[in-house]
Write a protein that binds this ligand. Structure first.
Ligand code: MN
Length: 335
């Protein structure tokens, strides 16, 4: 368990909000689609992560105990069900959501979870999200960036966003391998796909949503970005500064608010993969600790090392309590 304390000396729980799992049926389908050839593009169908991805029971809890994580917010690993045909995606989403519900029921104080739903079947996905929240008690929705190279600025996906807003649950916009428009440029740099390509893919996705007026249409929709906001917090001032100029040149009708205003009111970020002192301090200065949550990115990252790195970062007791626990409780409605 976490040994950190807050300003009054009360224990602070460590909630970790971007934690992956898989079910065997999804692995089988990913393998079938990939022709059995594992790659960054095929999804996590092989490799050292597999046993941990498949364990949403006692083994995972034991690691959380040993590493100092109180609660994991679980989500199906990228690319989720977004590569499948609509029917397969929907049926595998229902299975994964049911399985997640069972795991949380077994360890209600240790797990929370995000529903998965296929954006390629938006109306049906919206119904499945409603079931996952109202019947299964899940805490949000995960979307692994693009769906067949389309992004959430495309109105065909908006029934799913409308449902998330109406149900008052956040959408965790998680990276996956870059879509076709970016792939050629980014995938050519072997070794940099995750560290840079995922940020460009997912950060661009978030900006497309802002640019398309998604948050004018759904003003209460809340999006979560990992990796301290996929570099966007560090660029907000520049984006605000150049946006009116660029829009003025092209004659496009500008958004009613500055781009950063949507980011500040509709986005929360997690520290997944970014538990480093300088960028975390910058994110606190830019967004405030109440827009930041801890995440380990288990099992892709070494959970124990991440917790140790995070605990070693200098934070005020208030900041630590906020980032470790309180922001996550608010965003994901965790009691
Ligand atoms: Mn992740």
């Amino acid at each position: 368990m976490s040994t950190q304390t807050g300003s009054e000396g009360e224990p602070v729980k460590l909630i970790s909000v971007e934690e992956s799992f898989l079910i065997p049926e999804i692995i089988d389908e990913l393998k079938r689609l990939a022709g059995g050839v594992p790659s960054m593009k095929s999804g996590p169908i092989a490799g050292p992560f597999m046993p941990r991805l498949l364990d949403i029971g006692a083994g995972r809890i034991a690691e959380m105990d040993a590493d100092g994580v109180d609660i994991q917010v679980l989500a199906v690993s990228a690319p989720g069900v977004q590569k499948f045909d609509p029917e397969t995606g929907l049926s595998l989403a229902r299975r994964a959501n049911d399985r997640l519900h069972q795991a949380i029921a077994e360890f209600p104080d240790r797990f929370a979870g995000l529903a998965v739903a296929p954006p390629q079947a938006a109306a049906e996905a919206a119904k499945e999200l409603e079931r996952a929240i109202t019947v299964l008690g899940l805490n949000g929705l995960v979307i692994n960036s693009h769906t067949n190279d389309k992004y959430l600025d495309d109105e065909k996906f908006w029934p799913l966003l409308e449902a998330a807003e109406a149900l008052n649950v956040p959408v965790y916009l998680h990276p996956r391998e870059p879509g076709a428009g970016l792939e050629k440029t980014l995938m050519a740099m072997t070794g940099f796909t995750v560290g840079w390509g995922y940020a460009v893919e997912t950060g661009t996705h978030a900006l497309r949503m802002i640019a398309a007026g998604v948050f004018e249409r759904f003003p209460n929709l809340q999006i979560v970005l990992g990796h301290l906001g996929e570099t966007l917090p560090f660029l907000l001032d520049r984006i605000d500064n150049r946006y009116p100029f660029e829009v003025g040149v092209t004659g496009i009708k500008p958004l009613p608010k500055k781009p950063s205003e949507y980011f500040r009111s509709n986005f929360t970020v997690s520290t997944s993969g970014m538990n480093f002192p300088a960028p975390l301090r910058a994110a606190i200065d830019i967004l405030g600790a109440d827009r930041i949550m801890f995440a380990a990115d288990y099992p892709m990252e070494d959970q124990r090392a991440v917790v140790q790195d995070y605990n070693a970062i200098e934070l005020t007791p208030e900041e630590r309590r906020q980032i470790s626990e309180l922001t996550a409780r608010r965003v994901f409605s965790i009691d």
